[in-house]
Design a protein around this ligand. Structure first.
Ligand SMILES: CC(C)(COP(=O)(O)OP(=O)(O)OC[C@H]1O[C@@H](n2cnc3c(N)ncnc32)[C@H](O)[C@@H]1OP(=O)(O)O)[C@@H](O)C(=O)NCCC(=O)NCCS
Length: 243
């Protein structure tokens, strides 16, 4: 899209204009959520795949790569973004990078999601269709609560985690930073899932999960532990808020 077209697309709306960073499957989901909520005006996508540049994804142009973001910001005045990258670590890194270059990260909450009034959400949080977030839940920055998952009372979900479709987190559970809860998995109450742990699809977790450990099955058992890829310091270490 030409600069002047970008500028007029941004100016012709009273809602804040934003870009979606990541034009893959999750980017499409985020576009659908933002178009349903009508809280912001999506101007287009940014994606690091050069082959996508100039194409359209669900009607929105791919404006360039991540390195083009400062120019997009300066030329169009767009200051808002949602980082829609599936990989937890990459999403967290892009979110930091965008905030450092002056972007405000928006949340995308589907209108069919049920979020308790006293739940707290960080920034760049995506809550997909049909999600239930119960009372006193805390959701960290750049976390994805995917289609139809349930997070029950007083649970704490750390930064840049992904709770996949249909997963169920019981009450007073702590999911630390970077963890991945697979599709349809269940975590029973009062447990702690360590940072960057992976819970396999359909697993039923009945014991704490160590950081960076993959567990699968019913009941869930460790299958392997990955080599540390980055600083292990959890982003979320506080105890659950007990009523
Ligand atoms: C757990 C998971 C990450 C492991 O993937 P992986 O690293 O490629 O590991 P492998 O496929 O080599 O599996 C390792 C072992 O665990 C078993 N296993 C893997 N996933 C399993 C699961 N969900 N349930 C039960 N057993 C599982 C495999 O059979 C294998 O067992 P074996 O060593 O006896 O043959 C993956 O299988 C999984 O469940 N991913 C979740 C996907 C998801 O939720 N997607 C939704 C995206 S929105």
């Amino acid at each position: 899209m030409m600069d002047n077209a970008l500028q007029s697309a941004a100016a012709n709306s009273r809602r804040p204009s934003c870009v979606i960073v990541g034009a893959g499957g999750h980017g499409r989901v985020v576009l659908d959520i933002l178009e349903n909520t009508r809280t912001c005006n999506v101007i287009g996508f940014v994606d690091s795949n050069p082959q996508l540049r100039g194409t359209r994804i669900d009607g929105k142009p791919v404006l360039g790569g991540p390195d083009d973001l400062p120019a997009i910001r300066d030329r169009s005045g767009i200051r808002h973004a949602v980082v829609a990258i599936g990989n937890n670590g990459v999403r967290r890194d892009f979110a930091s990078r965008l905030e450092a270059t002056g972007f405000t990260l928006l949340n995308a909450v589907h209108p069919s999601a049920n979020v308790a009034r006293n739940a707290s959400l960080g920034r760049n949080v995506v809550i997909a269709a049909g999600v239930h977030v119960c009372c006193h839940v805390q959701i960290g920055d750049s976390t994805i609560l995917n289609t139809g998952c349930i997070v029950d009372h007083e649970s704490m979900i750390g930064t840049a985690t992904h709770v996949c479709p249909g997963a169920r987190i019981a009450g007073r559970v702590i999911i630390e930073s970077g963890a991945f809860v697979g599709i349809g998995a269940t975590v029973i109450q009062n447990l702690r899932v360590g940072c960057e742990a992976v819970i396999g699809a359909g697993a039923v977790v009945i014991r704490d999960v160590d950081p960076m450990t993959t567990v699968v099955g019913v009941p869930a058992r460790p299958v392997f532990k990955s080599a540390p890829a980055r600083d292990l310091e959890p982003y979320l270490t506080a105890e659950p808020v007990l009523a």
